[in-house]
Design a protein around this ligand. Structure first.
Ligand code: E4P
Length: 215
């Protein structure tokens, strides 16, 4: 499974990238706003850190306006993936982007049938938001399983990015289901890295090392 980091914070991206675990990055308008910096400047800096797909989202609501916006965002860096909302206009835009060889990530997907339509429209990636579904008492990972089955049934090339991840268990389930990508917030990546028994084990080894004659 590919691991993307779900943030626009360049320090966090740099740290995780230094561990050799980051295959790509997803941003959204909320994440970029949190940084208080120029949109294009942040996206460019992220692309210089990570050599992989970096999602940047359009904010236009009509396909007519999304296309020039997508073209502008694509000029920032060759690795930019255009994030497009899962609406009728978004699907029109995804289809046109595909014809123009612009890769897309259809976002804000909350049902397997939305994901089916996104794949038919030619989306490169689709992002089901599992945490936000859990928040409204709907088991989010269920839709990931259904999307993977549908894509497998019909040999769609669209890759599934498990998004809105809130805990290490979401990541475990995504990997067990064979999702193509999990986009993971910094806090959850930190949680994945740590295990109390690892820390206890290191402390014990270091203590015992001191007991070796001559050490
Ligand atoms: C995905 O690409 C989105 O940026 C993200 O996962 C949204 O997650 P949230 O529900 O934590 O805002």
């Amino acid at each position: 499974m590919k691991i993307f980091i779900d943030t626009a914070n360049v320090e966090h991206i740099r740290e995780m990238n230094s561990y050799g675990i980051v295959d790509g990055v997803t941003t959204n308008p909320t994440l970029i706003a949190q940084e208080g910096r120029d949109f294009a400047e942040v996206v460019m800096e992220i692309c210089e850190i990570v050599d992989g797909p970096v999602s940047a989202e359009v904010v236009s609501e009509s396909a007519k306006d999304m296309i020039p916006e997508a073209e502008e965002l694509s000029k920032i860096h060759r690795n930019v993936i255009i994030k497009i909302p899962m609406t009728g206009e978004g699907l029109k835009a995804a289809q046109i982007c595909k014809q123009h060889n612009i890769k897309t990530n259809v976002t804000l997907v909350f049902s397997p049938t939305q994901a089916l339509l996104a794949a038919k429209a030619g989306a490169t990636y689709v992002s089901p938001f599992v945490g936000r579904l859990d928040d409204v008492n709907h088991y989010g990972m269920d839709i990931v399983e259904n999307i993977l089955t549908i894509y497998d049934n019909y040999d769609f090339d669209t890759q599934v990015i498990v998004a809105s991840i809130r805990s290490p268990l979401h990541v475990l389930e995504a990997a067990m289901m064979g999702a193509h990508v999990a986009t993971i917030p910094y806090k959850v990546l930190k949680q994945l890295l740590k295990h109390p028994l690892t820390d206890i084990g290191i402390d014990r080894f270091l203590e015992d090392y001191k007991k070796i004659p001559g050490k």
